[in-house]
Design a protein around this ligand. Structure first.
Ligand code: GUN
Length: 299
């Protein structure tokens, strides 16, 4: 196996979290206030429970406060909105994350748009989405932000390069398109209604797979020397064991790719690092301190 090809998201995210801890401690020393991240989990979705547990663990590790709220699957939308408003008004809370998906009886957009934009560490509020697409300073969704940091380390300018994203979600696909545009790539979003995805992927210099279909992308779909970013986290059964696989067939795609993220250990840990980065940024804003440049985290 060619180790030079592997984008080690685990290692890079460890470095970023160390820096967050360093800058966070300086902020705490200067202001006497500790950044606080509130995480709201509704219901018992097993994948969401694992993500939330990891987020809380890592929040505490960098020296921030984590505030966990677990609500019953059947909680009313009104009760959830009341909680978000309570957190909006809580000076010990600098970041609010409502884990998605929410149960069907709750209007997710309404909940996300109730979070104060300055506490919106997920970057899902319409104000932050609009700012991102307008090229203004904004909070950027954690997973695409993590992918863009990995990409910037490999190739900061994608002028003349074709990027293909598979998946059009608000969480990954759409914000990823905006970030790739800002890196000067020519961007296409493919989705479930796209015809001949294979042919499209074969033209990509940069592929971001965020579709949620285990190992959908095959080795011979990858253009020679393409960069492959795999956002998928799929739990499947293989040879009687539960294993995690991405949206690309890693072993196959390793061949043609110049760089590729593994699953696990690629994009996943970057998402959490970027959540903490966003929490640090919102804390600077709320404590009226000048933020450090994002570029400090690319070194
Ligand atoms: N569910 C899957 N990914 C995410 C994410 O980045 N943020 C939130 N809030 N929920 C998610």
């Amino acid at each position: 196996m060619d180790n030079n090809k592997i984008i080690d998201g685990k290692f890079i995210s460890n470095q970023i979290r160390e820096k967050i801890k360093f800058f966070g401690n300086k902020l705490i020393e200067k202001t006497g206030k500790k950044p606080g991240l509130a995480v709201v989990l509704v219901g018992e979705n097993p994948a969401s429970r694992v993500y939330v547990k990891n987020k809380i663990e890592k929040t505490n590790e960098v020296g921030f406060n984590s505030i966990e709220h677990r609500l019953d699957e059947n909680v009313s939308e009104e009760k959830l909105l009341d909680l978000v408003n309570l957190l909006n008004n809580d000076s010990n809370v600098q970041g609010i994350l409502v884990q998605l998906p929410l149960p069907k009886h709750i209007d997710s957009d309404k909940v996300l748009d109730t979070i104060l934009p300055v506490k919106d560490v997920d970057g899902f509020h319409a104000e932050n989405v609009g700012k991102l697409w307008s090229g203004l300073n904004s909070l950027v969704p954690c997973t695409p932000l993590g992918c863009s940091i990995l990409l910037k380390k490999i190739s900061p300018d994608l002028s003349g390069k074709k990027a293909v994203i598979i998946g059009r979600s608000n969480i990954v696909g759409k914000p990823m398109a905006s970030l790739l545009l800002s890196m000067n790539a020519t961007v296409t979003i493919a989705h479930s209604r796209t015809k001949n995805i294979e042919q499209l992927v074969k033209s990509a210099d940069v592929l971001v797979a965020a579709v949620g279909i285990p190992e959908m992308v095959k080795g011979d779909w990858i253009k020679e020397n393409a960069i492959v970013i795999d956002v998928g986290i799929n739990r499947i059964e293989r040879e009687g064991k539960r294993v995690l696989v991405g949206d690309v067939d890693y072993e196959e795609c390793l061949n043609n790719a110049s760089k590729i993220t593994p699953v696990p250990g690629g994009v996943g840990p970057m998402t959490i690092a970027c959540l903490l980065l966003n929490t640090l940024l919102t804390s600077y804003l709320q404590f009226n301190e000048d933020p450090i440049e994002l570029s400090s985290f690319l070194e």
